[in-house]
Design a protein around this ligand. Structure first.
Ligand code: SAH
Ligand code: MG
Length: 205
């Protein structure tokens, strides 16, 4: 599959470099035939375009979870704040309209199902085994650990766990995604496969 989407991916706000997005798409193409995929951290839908395009190709579904109020680093005054995502009336960020717009423009409204809510709340009621789980939500220690504990048990045997923003060098970025990647490895439940950049891919044994 070539990396041509109905939407110009460069115009979608977000944090997914093209090479890592391509690796994500490739992984989802391999996995999504076995069951649905789920992403924690939709933001404006950039990674959802890569994952969702693969799901569409093989007739699968991507669920994407986000409360749409932004992570710590997306808030005003922080490094990754985008003033356009600020909802003045709410006095809070709201990225849901951007996600919907991205999915519409990408022709993925029939493939990608947005779930608006806190990751832990959604996970508590989740029952469906996942062919691929992509963790890219809150990057603080608590949210990252919560996502690891709440979601990884739902990866089906033989399925894939993808973790974004894994930076072994603390100077390159926050460490919590790296910590949960380490946890997955030492758990003995996952085996590492080839990743790309800060994207790590782990196979559920
Ligand atoms: N995958 C996106 C980037 C995600 S940014 C891309 O490709 O561009 C991280 C997202 O996680 C933010 O939108 C934030 O709102 C969301 N998030 C952080 N903590 C969360 C939580 N506890 N529950 C739900 N969403 C959360
Ligand atoms: Mg990320």
């Amino acid at each position: 599959m070539t990396l041509e989407f109905p939407v110009d991916i460069d115009t979608v706000k977000g944090f997914m470099p093209p090479d890592e997005g391509a690796a994500l798409l490739e992984a989802a193409l391999q996995e999504a035939g076995k069951g649905p995929c789920l992403e924690v951290g939709s933001y404006c839908g950039k990674s959802a375009v890569y994952l969702g395009s693969a799901c569409k190709e093989v007739g699968s579904t991507l669920f994407t979870v986000d409360h749409h109020r932004g992570s710590e680093e997306n808030q005003p005054g922080w490094e990754h704040h985008d003033p356009e995502t600020w909802d003045g009336e709410a006095g809070a960020m709201d990225t849901l309209p951007f996600l919907r717009r991205t999915l519409r423009r990408a022709g993925l409204e029939g493939t990608v199902v947005p779930i608006v809510g806190a990751s832990l709340t959604v996970a508590r009621h989740w029952r469906t085994p996942l062919a691929l789980l992509f963790i890219d939500g809150g990057h603080g220690m608590e949210p990252a650990m919560d996502d690891y504990r709440a979601w990884t048990p739902h990866v089906m045997p033989g399925g894939l766990l993808a973790i974004h923003d894994v930076f072994p060098n603390p100077e390159k970025g926050g460490r919590p995604p790296f910590e949960i990647y380490q946890l997955a490895l030492v758990s003995g439940l996952f085996e590492e496969e080839a990743g790309m950049g800060s994207l790590r891919l782990l196979r559920r044994l």
